[in-house]
Design a protein around this ligand. Structure first.
Ligand SMILES: [Zn+2]
Ligand SMILES: [Zn+2]
Length: 231
């Protein structure tokens, strides 16, 4: 099943607004006002931190812990990082060349179009509702997400790294420090719905900047060496 979306333009207020065409993602012909994230309305009420996390992880680069020239900008719209170095500098005062090489690489691999980011946000919302102990989605949101992706499968969301089930309750730990669930990428250099999912924080840290395939190969080689050594 597919769904036609409204896609009418929506005015935004970010510094980088002229880089994108912000749009309405409600179903075509909807009543009421246009909205970018209509499927997050329920989570915004019952789990506002999770709602904010979905929006942030889908659309922003990760933040630098401190603010300085070589640390790079803190949380910036992913589509800004599609601009060439000179344009970033002249238009927005972001001096990529002054940053450490690792920071440059990290920022650049987070680049994504507005459209891909919006797909990722909706996919993450579906993943949240399919977690164990997730709040039940209102029928209209469920139907909308099913129409955009796949049939709803309760309790089916797994950590994309270790493949164990994820429990919605792990989000709650965010209130006492770092979240225990993070947004993760099967290939860290691609930000689209097929490549993005949730992972345990520990699993995401272990994967690091490797693709999942390379990560599993690495783990296999370690286990093989350890087993050979022990036998
Ligand atoms: Zn609309
Ligand atoms: Zn895991």
């Amino acid at each position: 099943m597919t769904i036609e979306l409204c896609y009418k333009p929506i005015a935004g207020r970010s510094r980088y607004e002229d880089l994108i065409k912000r749009r309405c993602y409600k179903p075509a012909g909807h009543t009421g006002k246009c909205e970018e994230f209509p499927y997050l309305a329920h989570l915004k009420q019952v789990a506002p931190r999770v709602e904010a996390k979905i929006k942030r992880d889908a659309t922003k680069t990760t933040g630098a812990a401190w603010k300085s020239d070589d640390a790079g900008p803190n949380r910036i719209d992913r589509w800004v990082m599609l601009l060439p170095d000179d344009e970033l500098h002249s238009r927005f005062g972001i001096n990529i060349a002054a940053m450490k090489p690792q920071v440059q690489a990290k920022l650049r691999e987070k680049a994504a179009t507005y459209e891909d980011c919006m797909e990722v946000a909706a996919k993450l919302a579906l993943n949240v509702y399919q977690m164990r102990n997730a709040p039940p989605a209102p029928p209209e949101i469920l139907q909308y997400l099913e129409a955009r992706f796949d049939a709803f499968r309760p309790n089916s969301t797994r950590c994309i790294v270790c493949r164990d089930h994820l429990d919605f309750k792990l989000f709650e730990n965010a209130q006492r420090g770092r979240a225990h669930i993070e947004t993760a990428h099967a290939n860290p250099r691609m930000h689209n719905p097929d490549n993005v999912g949730f992972a345990h924080r520990e699993c995401n840290i272990a994967q690091g900047s490797l693709s999942l395939q390379d990560f599993y190969d690495w783990i296999r080689s370690i286990v093989a060496r350890v087993d050979a050594h022990l036998s």
